[in-house]
Write a protein that binds this ligand. Structure first.
Ligand code: FAD
Length: 463
């Protein structure tokens, strides 16, 4: 064995869950080793959140130039897309952020071991590194192995069948893209590729897009898909190939064949539980996920698990929050994790923000709640951003008895940046009065949140 290490804390996986856990543990003075087989930053930074948002931004810029506008701005020559350069620009951002994570880990005095960890028991693993095997036995183990794209049995990944990872690094723009799965990843990428000029078809087995969200919230996105010429097949399942570059789909109206250059399969992600010795660790499972309590502790003493490995929502900020929390618990602090505080954004066209309970979810939970909706059509800033006419709104869900806000959602262009205010209101246990009487800066989209709360109180000003 080239080397043997005995740190206080071993973190496996350098995604947002793992690297944040390691940085926080290092800040708290815990001797910490982080093992990562790929690049620091994990799925989110190298092939998920960041590269997808870079591509979406580039697609927005390109679409703005190609579509002309009512603003009196015209471009005489049609703009040209150098897709390889777009991907190169995106890669530059990834490089910069991944190197930044390495710097932060170094500052926190975390030792990074590059290679794949394989456990022989719950506290011991071996990592094959470029310079030989490293054996690590730790007092505390934080598992942050993340997740991988789920494949369709009839359409395994490879060649022209790609996951989001390959979609974010294509050498050229596919002329015809079929997206299988209208969850947030499929929609975000499908919309971006459409804006870049690809002909996009979306196939979804459920009877609506973003099946976890209600129809009111997704209606503006449905409208945009139709306007943009994206072919959408709901209640449709892929049965397999029908010759080269032809995909067989079963729809409620009968069989269908779709021509494609690439098929992007985005039917969900599953936790990465194979290939690193989970079976040697005697942990309990919750379905496909590692089972943890509200402190992210597993069934094995001093073995912790965080992020995509432990369940929904499979989001980077949840992984980060859990990572920091576990490091603080190991350092002796009293913490627990509240999943209700995790907001989510769909970077679609227009964008969707969901924080707390949807009206339907409140009803299912037996909460007597009132809902107030303020449209962006009545918000000046939305109009100046060409964002007022897409049917967008802010919706506040509050308990009838004490007016406590239990959910805030929005759909509309540029609403992503409202997520912080929504999450903050929920985290602080705000009531309608708190949000309504916060003086929102004019002109901003945030005013719509204040107005929705005022509406909940029965006296919106601008409606
Ligand atoms: P990961 O980020 O998956 O990191 C796990 C790391 O562990 C990987 O780097 C892997 O190499 C390493 N690893 C695993 N096993 C071992 C081992 N045995 N030895 C060594 N290393 C190992 N989330 C958002 O919040 N916002 C978004 O906008 C968003 N957009 C997304 C877009 C796409 C296209 C995708 C695919 C995902 C997106 N996500 C987004 C989800 C987000 O990426 C994940 O929720 C997040 O990365 C989970 O973090 P994690 O630390 O649990 O795992």
């Amino acid at each position: 064995m080239a080397e043997t290490l005995h740190p206080r804390v071993l973190v496996v996986g350098g995604g947002p869950g793992g690297y944040v856990a390691a940085i926080r543990a290092g800040q708290l003075g815990l001797d910490t080793v982080l093992v990562e087989a790929g690049r620091l930053g994990g799925t989110c930074l190298t092939r998920g959140c960041i590269p997808s948002k870079a591509l979406i931004h580039a697609a927005d810029k390109f679409a703005d130039m190609t579509q002309g506008s009512a603003l009196g701005i015209a471009i005489d020559q049609p703009p040209r897309l150098d897709f390889a350069r777009t991907v190169g620009w995106k890669d530059g951002i990834v490089d910069r952020l991944s190197n930044g994570v390495a710097g932060l880990l170094g500052r926190a005095k975390v030792r990074v071991v590059a290679g794949w960890a394989r456990f022989s028991d719950a506290k011991s693993c071996t990592v094959e590194t470029a310079s030989g095997a490293v054996a690590i036995t730790a007092e505390h183990v934080i598992l942050a192995a993340g997740s991988e794209a789920a494949a369709l049995p009839a359409l395994p990944f490879g060649g022209d069948v790609i996951s989001s990872t390959e979609a974010l690094s294509l050498p050229e723009l596919p002329a015809r893209l079929v997206v299988v799965g209208a969850g947030y990843i499929g929609l975000e990428l499908g919309i971006a590729f459409r804006k870049l000029g690809a002909a996009v078809t979306i196939v979804e087995a459920a009877d609506r897009i973003l099946p976890r969200y209600d129809v009111a919230l997704t209606r503006p996105v449905r409208r945009w898909l139709a306007r943009a010429g994206i072919e959408l097949h709901l209640g449709a399942t892929v049965t397999g190939r029908d010759g080269d570059n032809r995909l067989a789909v079963e729809t409620t109206a009968g069989p269908l064949v779709l021509a494609f250059d690439k098929i992007l399969v985005t039917i969900g992600r599953r936790p990465l539980v194979a290939g690193w010795g989970l079976e040697e660790m005697a942990l309990d499972m919750a379905g496909p996920f590692v089972k943890v309590d509200d402190r992210c502790h597993t069934a094995m003493r001093d073995v912790w698990a965080i992020g995509d490995l432990v369940g929904e929502p499979m989001l980077a900020h949840k992984a980060m929050a859990q990572g920091a929390m576990v490091a603080e618990i190991i350092a002796g602090q009293r913490r627990h994790f509240d999943p209700g505080g995790v907001a989510a954004i769909v970077f679609s066209e227009p964008e969707i923000v969901v924080a707390g309970l949807l009206p339907d979810e409140a009803a299912v939970a037996g909460i007597d709640a009132a809902t107030a909706i303020f449209p962006f059509a009545a918000n000046g800033r939305a109009l100046t951003l060409e964002a007022g006419a897409d049917g967008g709104f802010v919706r506040v869900v509050a308990r009838r008895d004490d007016q406590r806000i239990i959910g805030i959602q929005a759909v509309g262009r540029h609403v992503a940046e409202l997520a912080g205010e929504f999450a903050h209101a929920l985290a602080m246990g705000a009531v309608l009065d708190d949000l309504a009487h916060t003086i929102h800066v004019h002109p901003t989209l945030g005013e719509a949140a204040g107005e929705a709360a005022l509406l909940g109180l029965g006296h919106a000003i601008h409606l």
